[in-house]
Write a protein of this length. Sequence first.
Length: 240
Amino acid sequence: MTQLAAPGFVTLPSRGLWCQNADKRSKDLRNGAIVASSGQCGQVTAMGWNWVVTACLGLCLMALPVLAQDGTAAQEQSSRGAVLDGPTPETKAQPNDPNLGSVTRLPLPRYVTLKGVEGNARRGPGLTHRIDWVFTREGMPLKITAEYEHWRRVEDGDGAGGWVHYSLLSGVRSVLVSEDMAQAYSQPDEKSDIVYQSELGVVGKLLQCLPDWCRVSVEGEKGWLPKSVLWGVMPNETYP
């Protein structure tokens, strides 16, 4: 069995030798060994060197996962810090656009309809806020003016309203006739035939809109009405 260098011995890889107190060794060479001034030297066999190299490689391989883990943790720490401290140079914060909803990024204002026969309009966006208004007309048009999480601030044709849960609203479009005995035409032209007349406050299903006209269905009758006599569409809106 080959004896490895003990404490106080220095290995000399270039010659396969070890010597005690090698810093005091002389340059005399006798039988393949360096003679130290105050100690002894011996020959290290190839088997011993192989064992040393293997041990060193094993330690290096064991250290690699730890280094990799530390590197990953540092990267995650850096990412978390970037999120907490603000946008990174690669990710710029989008400016707030008052014309888009903060939740849906859909246009504001926009029109929807009441899904059921009743909808509570609250003073604030949450169930803890008091009810200021109750909508009781299914399918009536409502205008969304603000968003907060699952809540939408809406108002009717008279400007009354509040915060309503989004589940009470529908994307199906309707309009409110804002002029008494409004005339509906067969074509978007006042010279065309009159199809029907609607009383003030009638709610109809919106079918189509041009820049100045909308086609509306009221109790099964379909006709074109000027936008000026309707509430529930934007002035220059085309639909669908």
